[in-house]
Unconditional design. Sequence first.
Lengths: 213, 768
Amino acid sequence: MPVPADRHFYLDPARCIGCNACVQACSECDTHKGVSMIQLDFVDRARSTQTVPVVCMHCDQPTCAEVCPADAIKRTEDGVVQTARKARCIACNNCVLACPFGVPKMHDEANLMMKCDMCYDRTSRGLKPMCASVCPSQALFFGTREEIEALRPASRPVDGFRFGAQVITTRVRMLVPKSFAEPLLAVTAPLESAAAVEALDPLLANLYQESES
Amino acid sequence: MADPIPASRRERRTPLDPLPDDPFGPHPAWSAGVRLDTGVEPDRIVDTHCCFCGQQCGIRLKVKDEQVVGFEPRYDFPFNRGMLCPKGIKRYLQGAHPDRLLSALERDEAAPGGFRPIAYDRAIERAAAEIRRIQEAHGRDAMAVLSGASLTTEKAYLMGKFAHMALATSNIDYNGRLCMVSAGAGNTKAFGIDRAANPWSDILGAELIWISGANVAECAPITTDYVWQAREHGAKVIVVDPRLTPIARTCDLFLPIRPGTDVALFNGVLHLMIEHGWIDREFVERSTVGFDDVARHVAEWTPARTARTTGIAEPAIRQAAEWWGTAKTSFLMHARGIEHSSHGVANVLGAINLVLASGRIGREFCGYATITGQGNGQGGREHGQKCDQLPGGRKLADPEARAYVAGVWGMAPEDLPQPGVDAYEIFRRIERGEIKGLLSICFNPLVSLPDSDFVRAMLGRLDFYVAIDFFLNETARHADLVLPGSLHEEDEGTVTTAEGRVIKINQAIECPGEARQDWRIVQDLARALGRERGFTFAGPREIFEELRVASKGGVADYSGISWEKVERQQGVFWPCASDDHPGTPRLFEPGSWNVVAKGAGPYYFPDGKARFNVAAYAPPTEVPDAEYPLILTSGRLIGQFLSGTQTRRIGPLLDMDPEPFIELHPNLAEHLGIGDGTWATAETRRGRLTLRARVVATIRPDTIFVPYHWPGQRSVNRLTIAAQDPISKIPEFKACAVRLRPATAEESCAAAEVSTPSRRPSLPMAGG
């Protein structure tokens, strides 16, 4: 059974609390027990507690599949990019290097690329993925467009991303503030801009200074 | 002058940290065998709840071959709807664990780990004989009981009854003394009842959320979704904390408070509310008493003084007061950050004064709650395992309560002991030679109490110590006898969540080996003592049925709650005094009836009105000085729980933070010459601790933070101060004076020796 067309995966990094529930739940998945397909990283722990969970974005034209010399990576009709087929994968690492989101990982002992398949064993049976089920802050959400619109009136889903000259559209949607009007998220733009953004330090800004008295 | 150490214990050598080959661990466990196999069809799936924090998320446990092998999200439980934090997800790894106690143990210096197995029946006989001997020689109060709030309510009730009736000792207290008591005392003084005033669903429509001293994202993770769901619909969020925790990262106003000064902030905000006319005068007049005294008291809390005391910039304080003062709906919550203080009750009362002055309580989206920390932190503090308590939230010193409960238990009221002392005072009484024997369950004071070198010394002074546990926790290592108890998934019963919702824990598997359910062990002890009358329950359901009767007519009235109703309604909020009553999700609704006011008003006082209480500021017991110029604060991490007896044994959780650390601000780090990841040494008047530094801009530059889940050389509680709140007796974990410096080469080597970096074994498909 395919993943229902009206069910989507929404990702809202602003909500992520870095708790690792997604990572731990992913490793309980019945198709890859003991190994998580999600990476969770601090952006810059020295300055902030901001964390970002990385799940497969399930691209409409997956770069990983396009660069695979063995044709091991398939995108099923329902838009889910599957993990590499063991019989075909030659562990060449092309996909690992090519994915702009940094999702596929080579599992050396198995000689196999493995990645998030949106919990195909669950989502194809009408269940939510493990990570989006457990996520305590609902930074990861799985449901219909109507549900997300009701739950997140201040947010807008984006499914287009620009990496330099490459534009990618995905089945997974990123939630951005409604005030952000651009149709695409320019992911690599900050790397190209010379000016670093100096954000206000919310801790020091509200600290009492002796000079106040 | 204290008694000399008994000869039988003189030769004992319990090392600060176990040796690497210690058979009792802690060994971190990872999935293996059937737990790692794919395509395993579980024999059954059991709907139950998480064994850790006070939110008590619903979870489904998968059982295969009488072993819990994994979990499924429990989408139908309304509080968490499938959500779980990593502790709940991996909790199943505590079962079938290499460190699990499968038999009773007896102290034997020559045996590996210091204990040898003995037959359960012999252990019970010996424990009873020692208890009898101590009580005959030194009086009934010479035997003390330390219990815990991770036990089901049935077990907590049974522990209170066992201490007060079978042992007839005054000296029982519990680990909620380190957790819930400041909030409990404050709530009782202001409202006459100790329970969260609102269900969490009232967070969702509030337009202002105030969070003081609560690391919500790490200690009550599911509550994050409630807060941020409110924000999606326009709520502003104010967070008050010395650390910019994950819940603070995207808040609308962050107040970086100096640890231990919370009541000054509350008083300063109330001062501004009065100045600007942001008081609900009609509510204050109709539903409260005591406002004028409080108003007079906060007159001196000008914004300038508040800023100086709290370390928060004055404009931020003014902004918070304006938002709080002018909101239409709100939810204020706090946790241990304000409660773990020698002025914890005053801090709580200061918070409640803000709520009462706003008039925003007892209505939809107008709420107030402490975020209960332990799994049964609520139910475990209601039914008689607190040192001054009887079931139903009754007072042991109250003659009417004594007569009622003695009647239920079939004993003479005068045979009930008088109120005892708090958990820390129990150790001081050991020092004075007044307490000679100890029974502990669900409490690991050697890791969780402050100034723990004192606690360690006192364990060595005991004549006899028997511990009930499923792992050999650090305190139990000092025991003479250890009785093998039950894991959460091996028993059934009820607990009461942070919301005040009574829910049902269901048994998934049987106890392994000689281990058995804790209530059986306690009843076996009563029988061996020849005091079995009142301890012949066939199971937790029978205990609950007696608890219903014992709590009837009390403030915490469970008499209308049945296990069936709990299952049918997905929980029942107490008070619930009759079979046809659905329970009370929201307290203090206008026109509501309660057992104390009897219709006079919604609050639990004879006149039905809530109390304003003057909440005077005083600095923490120990403030920084030239010698110890910084503030030490402690707290929890997302992957660990309390003293870590369970979570330090779960590999995937330990992997998240294998070690405790000293968190400090880059400005301080630069000043002291401490680099990120290098060894640093913190010293207080109690002790010294060397850990790796974590240099982050998310903590006040005058404060350092250390998580408390680790024992021995890595235990921050060897540094904390044993100062206590005069009313609640909660210890001051959140502020003491400390100095910090780079560690010496010798200290670094010693620290590295006990450090346990992740020892995750290689998996069949390791990588990533």
